[in-house]
Design a protein around this ligand. Structure first.
Ligand code: GS8
Length: 219
């Protein structure tokens, strides 16, 4: 049976981008359906009744929700397609999952403060975000990718924030390239992979989305 793959998505979302990147690097055909998050489709409401959030991957009419769960699902179902995203070694796999969860929690905790708060809250957001980038730079070390020589799960987890870097930098008045040169080189390396760069949102588009959100929230 031919696989039917549909992704319920939202262009600027770092979570949606994770699914897009995983599908693209494994060269899996997929129908993308852009959601209007202010007016969600019936399909989204039915496919993710718990959170009603994107991304949802619908594989042969069965929905899979949650960005990391989707990336792992793609890796397991299409295990014969390279690259293998999760490390094969159980210890390395546990480490990758732990750090992916750390990235998610830390950015959720700090990223929003950078762009929607002022004063002490904004400074706390910048401090937390800096801790994350510093830690991830040390995890990367001298490896070309978090997964070692090839693009893997943790690379998917972090690279989808890169289209947001310009927005964080502009709002927080810092420079990732200047402060985290190794991480910046890693971003460039990831973007050299066509299937990665074509799956990521355009940073200007993300910035415009931020401006719209800001206006809507009266900030
Ligand atoms: C987060 C998904 C999410 O926040 C994941 O997939 O990893 N932990 C989940 N999705 C957002 C879009 S991106 O900001 C979403 O669908 N928001 C709509 C809503 O909450 O109503």
């Amino acid at each position: 049976m031919e696989d039917k793959v549909v992704l319920l998505d939202f262009y600027p979302s770092m979570f949606g981008m994770r699914a897009r990147v995983a599908l693209a690097v494994k060269d899996i055909d997929c129908e993308h359906r852009e959601e209007d998050l202010q007016n969600k489709s019936q399909l989204l409401l039915e496919s993710n009744p718990v959170y009603k959030q994107i991304p949802v991957l619908i594989h042969n009419d069965k929905p899979v929700c949650g960005s990391f769960i989707i990336v792992e699902y793609i890796d397991e179902v299409w295990k014969d397609k390279s690259p293998t995203l999760l490390p094969r070694d159980p210890y390395q796999r546990a480490q990758a999952r732990f750090l992916a969860d750390y990235i998610d929690k830390k950015v959720t905790e700090t990223g929003n403060w950078i762009w929607c708060a002022e004063g002490e809250e904004k400074e706390a957001g910048k401090k937390g975000f800096a801790e994350l980038l510093k830690h991830m730079e040390s995890e990367l070390g001298d490896k070309p990718f978090f997964g070692g020589n090839g693009f893997g799960f943790l690379d998917v987890a972090l690279i989808t924030y890169s289209p947001w870097f310009q927005t964080y930098e502009t709002c927080g008045n810092f420079s990732i390239q200047q402060d985290y040169p190794k991480l910046s080189s890693w971003v460039k390396r990831c973007l050299e992979i066509d299937n990665v760069s074509k799956s990521l949102a355009d940073p200007d588009n993300v910035y415009n989305y931020y401006l719209t959100l800001k206006k809507k929230r009266g900030l």
